[in-house]
Design a protein. Structure first.
Length: 325
């Protein structure tokens, strides 16, 4: 039997470690989990990541005796030692920065809740993550991708009609894959050509789409969706082959397959289409604030990453075409 993936092994280890923690620490963790879920309204995935980091931190501070773990023992020395141990194990700068942020969030909460006499978090320094520029399609490559996914839909196959609508809507709106899979039938307003999206942190926003996406959506709903509906189908906009809500894994696989047929295109998934949509909007003259609103970014700093993508592409065009470059 092959060994389990490293990520799964780490999750199992953290579950076992959490089971060994004393009752008062376990109760503090339950309170903190409720805080992340109910008060901060973080996604289940983010909550799991934060909790895993905190359990690992407590285990590190407790050493070989997790049964003696104590939130009150967390200090700056322990935080630095925890990050140093992870760096020695090969964790990336991005991972270290994320875990440092998780630790600071926990110590701030623990101090407010009375579990820590002082909060060491603000004094914890962590390496800044490398901000790598996302791979994006050129406008002509995006057009080729849309044409590629439309070729199968031309024969009226229900799954092909759905796939065309999915890819068109991803690129037209720049929504996240989870947001797309979470769409219901009544989230689409054809009179205004917009969709109502529930994004991160439960924030709702409106995302417009163009005529090509509208045509693909209408064809899917008029000619394809009924063929996949089952007795227990949810009111999801997009259905899987068995009638359930279309899952994110299937959408990721679809996008990779579609882009793979485009000559010289980078290997991207749904998030790559999101990056491409943002970049093309900015290249077309959209301002940062508008793109921020369309993408559902909480801060403008996140959206500003796409300006670097645009600048890099402008430099490449200049180098390739200017006689004095």
């Amino acid at each position: 039997m092959s060994p389990p993936p490293h990520g799964r092994t780490r999750r199992v280890d953290l579950v076992r470690l959490r089971e060994k923690l004393p009752t008062n620490v376990a109760e503090a963790l339950r309170q903190y989990e409720r805080h992340l879920t109910l008060e901060r309204d973080l996604s289940p995935h983010t909550v799991r990541a934060y909790m895993g980091d905190v359990v690992a931190l407590l285990g590190h501070v407790a050493g070989d005796t997790p049964e003696n773990a104590d939130v009150g023992r967390i200090d700056l020395t322990g935080l630095r030692s925890w990050l140093a141990a992870q760096r020695a194990e090969g964790s990336s700068r991005t991972t270290l920065a994320r875990r440092a942020a998780a630790a600071r969030t926990f110590t701030a909460w623990a101090h407010r809740a009375g579990h820590l006499a002082a909060d060491p978090g603000p004094r914890l320094a962590a390496p800044r993550p490398h901000r790598t520029l996302p791979a994006v399609l050129r406008v002509d490559q995006a057009k080729d991708a849309m044409e590629a996914v439309s070729s199968g839909a031309s024969e009226g196959d229900p799954v092909a009609l759905r796939d065309q609508a999915v890819v068109e809507l991803l690129y037209a709106t720049g929504v996240r894959v989870a947001e797309l899979c979470g769409l219901d039938l009544d989230d689409v307003d054809y009179s205004l050509r917009v969709i109502r999206v529930l994004g991160k942190g439960g924030r709702e926003r409106t995302a417009p789409f163009g005529v090509p996406a509208e045509r693909a959506l209408r064809r899917w709903l008029d000619q394809g969706r009924n063929a996949l509906v089952a007795a227990d189908s949810p009111p999801a906009l997009f259905l899987g082959a068995r009638g359930g809500r279309l899952n994110q894994r299937a959408v990721r696989q679809l996008v990779h397959e579609v882009v793979a047929v485009v000559p010289d295109a980078p290997d991207i998934g749904p998030h790559g289409l999101r990056h491409s949509a943002a970049t093309h909007l900015l290249e077309g003259g959209a301002d940062l604030r508008t793109v921020q609103e369309l993408l559902g970014h909480a801060t403008l700093a996140t959206t500003q990453l796409y300006t670097h993508v645009t600048v890099e592409r402008l430099k490449a065009i200049h180098d390739r075409t200017h006689p004095r470059s």
